[in-house]
Design a protein around this ligand. Structure first.
Ligand code: IPM
Ligand code: MG
Length: 360
């Protein structure tokens, strides 16, 4: 029987629409092969929504997302919206979407592909074999804690405030996702915090330690975030699964991503307790190359694969897409960001066509 899914597409800004178009064709191709059917509905988000509706996350977009089986987002943002008041910025729309869908768990894999090993700025022996999953808490911590704002003190001076806060239940639910993730991987979990300075981190560490008793097969370690940043560059192969708070995860996942050479290759999944997940590339909207058919669509396509695997439980379809990506790389097909000597330079659309061929 045909499995039917309703997918919301948020093409967003910059290169977003171009890479989304490739992901959609790839999904359609796999759907035909595996008796799946996708109903795609497009909605406005980010700068595109600001221009059309005056706000980065219109209520109707959130509704459409809630009424779907999964949400695929390309990228949002651009210079023209950076000077708007904070509540009107594209990023605020993304935070609203995460909160509105309850997406507290963000999975960001950073796996080095043998074909791209020389694209890394680190030595081959350091990055060869790197396969890290960063599990980032996504709806709490300093991004959302209250109070926040820019206030005026009694002396008339301005004071900016954000609050880094976590409740036990917020820590436990991300902790469980991380232990479960580690169980399916190398069974090693490193919890990253700043417990030598921050109370919120002490509670984080205490809860992770308590949770570890429920997962005797997972080896838990703790690391301070400054050291973790250093260790990621020094010897990244020591890491299997990392769990950390919203802000630390934001920073460390970019560092982990860059180990692989190009942020243009990395997908991510954001999941809640129930309801649709959100799947998006780790990279941004690259306004400098937008509309020029130069973008690398592979992170977007791999995000569609993550959607199939983690959001829709369609592992076979996910495998097909991931294998197609490896195949085109083996053939020597490259977009500009991952180009090296002797390889074939392709634009965004041509890379899409190569993927379709590889799948068919
Ligand atoms: C990310 C981005 C976002 C974040 C921004 C765009 C709000 O950097 O997804 O990592 O900080 O979470
Ligand atoms: Mg970030």
């Amino acid at each position: 029987m045909t499995q039917h899914y309703r997918i919301t597409l948020l093409p967003g800004d910059g290169i977003g629409p171009e890479i989304m178009a490739v992901a959609v064709t790839v999904l359609k191709t796999v759907a035909e092969q595996l008796d799946l059917s996708f109903e795609f509905q497009e909605a406005l988000m980010g700068g595109a929504a600001i221009d059309a509706k005056g706000e980065p996350l219109p209520m109707e977009t959130l509704e459409v997302c809630r009424n779907s089986d999964a949400v695929l987002l390309s990228a949002i943002g651009g210079d023209q919206w950076d000077t708007l008041p904070r509540h009107l910025r594209p990023e605020t729309g993304l935070l609203g979407l995460r909160a509105g869908l309850g997406l507290f768990a963000n999975l960001r894999p950073a796996k080095i592909l043998p074909q791209l090993i020389d694209a890394s700025s680190l030595k081959r022996e350091v990055v060869d074999g790197v396969d890290i999953m960063v599990v980032r808490e996504l709806t709490g911590g300093v991004y959302f804690g209250q109070p926040k704002g820019i206030f005026t003190t009694e002396t008339g001076e301005k004071r900016g405030v954000n609050t880094m806060a976590y409740t036990e239940s917020e820590i436990d639910r991300i902790g469980r996702v991380a232990f479960e993730t580690a169980l399916k991987r190398g069974k090693k979990l490193c919890s990253v915090d700043k417990a030598n300075v921050l109370e919120v981190s002490q509670l984080w560490r205490d809860r992770m330690t308590t949770l570890a008793a429920e997962y005797p097969d997972v080896e838990l370690s703790h690391m301070y975030v400054d050291n973790a940043a250093m260790q990621l560059l020094r010897w990244p192969k020591q890491f299997d699964t990392i769990v950390t708070s919203n802000l630390f995860g934001d920073i460390l996942s970019d560092a982990a991503a860059m180990l692989t050479g190009s942020i243009g290759m990395l997908p991510s999944a954001s999941l809640g307790a129930s309801g649709p997940g959100l799947f998006e590339p780790v990279h941004g909207s690259a306004p400098d190359i937008a509309g020029q058919d130069k973008a690398n669509p592979l992170a977007m396509v791999l995000s569609a694969a993550m959607m199939l695997r983690y959001g829709l439980n369609q592992a076979i379809a996910a495998d097909r897409i991931e294998q197609a990506v490896l195949k085109v790389l083996d053939q020597g097909d490259r977009t500009a960001d991952i180009m090296s000597e002797g390889m074939t330079l392709l634009g965004c659309q041509a890379m899409g066509n190569a993927l379709i061929q590889a799948i068919s």
